[in-house]
Design a protein around this ligand. Structure first.
Ligand code: NCD
Length: 319
């Protein structure tokens, strides 16, 4: 793997499969009473979050801690960032503190690339979501979840539904799933598909009812109202009627088809509560898998000093 993880496009098929296999080993750890490996002892991981996050931030924190790294959480609110400190000055501070990896979420597309390629820091940079651009570890945890349920993704059909325009999750998934051999169809109203979608390795459709019965995975996306100035669709009710997943639509899925959502969900908008809480829904499992996948990513980027499989050596390791 490269030194940074900025885009799902950075991953070859071999890289992605290595992350999935490593995540499988990490996942086994989650079922043990002692959930800790010494692999990154003495290393420092900084979580640098300029944008709100629940799952992703906690997940990276849990992942780093389970690998015994020191974790520094650096949120924009309450730090000098709210006083206008630049990305550069923040980066220099992190460098001075000796960060080995910086996990960054930022509202501006490209901010993690800037951090990685500016020469300001020597650490590995992991993109935890940049603007509407990419969220590669989300795509990895989604692929890992699919792989655990469906086996090889070759030829599998994945429908990604909803606000594709504002979704870094959709873009990273489209790239990674293609690398892993899946066939992706993006389903959205025309106003919520990005310009240039023709160059993505996907099919597109405006007709949810036609696509989902053929799909092995149905991934719903949140309508990102905070990134909209209005005018993308007539009403919430109309949106739900055409692009929401409800019980009636769920009944048209094949028996093995799983329902996913990266969270946070807006229940009643893109997905109804009965679907979100149904036996097909793997939404909670996605969160669990997120920790394992982020452990794998940090482990592989920082070149852990002990083999990942040495979980037995954790017995008796103190906090
Ligand atoms: C997503 C994100 O932040 O890009 N959430 C996540 O990381 N789990 C999707 C969203 O905000 O809707």
């Amino acid at each position: 793997m490269k030194r940074h993880l900025l885009s799902a496009a950075d991953l070859t098929r071999d890289d992605a499969e290595l992350v999935l296999r490593t995540a499988e080993e990490m996942r086994a750890l989650a079922d043990r009473p002692i959930k800790k490996l010494p692999a990154l002892r003495g290393r420092t991981v900084v979580n640098l979050f300029f944008e709100d996050s629940t799952r992703t931030r906690i997940s990276f924190e849990a992942a780093a801690k389970r690998l015994s790294a020191d974790v520094i959480n650096f949120a924009a609110k309450g730090s000098s960032l709210s006083k206008g400190e630049s990305l550069k000055d923040t980066a220099l501070t992190l460098e001075a503190m000796g960060a080995d990896a910086v996990v960054v979420r930022h509202g501006a597309s490209g901010a993690p690339h800037r951090l990685a390629h500016s020469g300001w820091v020597r650490s590995s940079v992991v993109n935890a979501g940049d603007g509407t651009h990419e969220h590669p570890t989300q795509a990895l945890l989604d692929a890992f979840t699919m792989w655990r349920h469906l086996g090889s993704l070759d030829g599998r059909r994945v429908a990604i539904v909803g606000d594709v325009l504002h979704s870094r999750v959709a873009r990273s998934n489209a790239l990674l799933l293609r690398t892993l051999g899946a066939e992706v169809t993006l389903v959205a109203p025309p106003t919520l598909l990005p310009v240039g979608i023709d160059s993505w390795p996907v099919e597109t459709s405006y007709d949810l009812d036609a696509v989902i019965p053929k799909s092995d995975v149905v991934m719903m996306l949140r309508v990102q109202a905070e990134r909209m100035q209005g005018g993308f669709f007539p009403t919430a009710r109309e949106y739900s009627r055409r692009y929401g997943l409800d019980g009636r639509r769920m009944a048209t899925l094949q028996d093995h088809t799983i329902v996913m959502h990266p969270g946070p969900m807006v229940r009643g908008m893109e997905i109804t509560a009965d679907v979100a809480d149904s036996a097909r829904s793997v939404i909670v499992e996605q969160v669990t898998n997120g920790v394992a996948v982020r452990m794998a990513v940090l482990y592989l980027l920082l070149g852990g000093n002990e083999p990942a499989g040495s979980a037995d050596s954790t017995e008796g390791v103190a906090e």
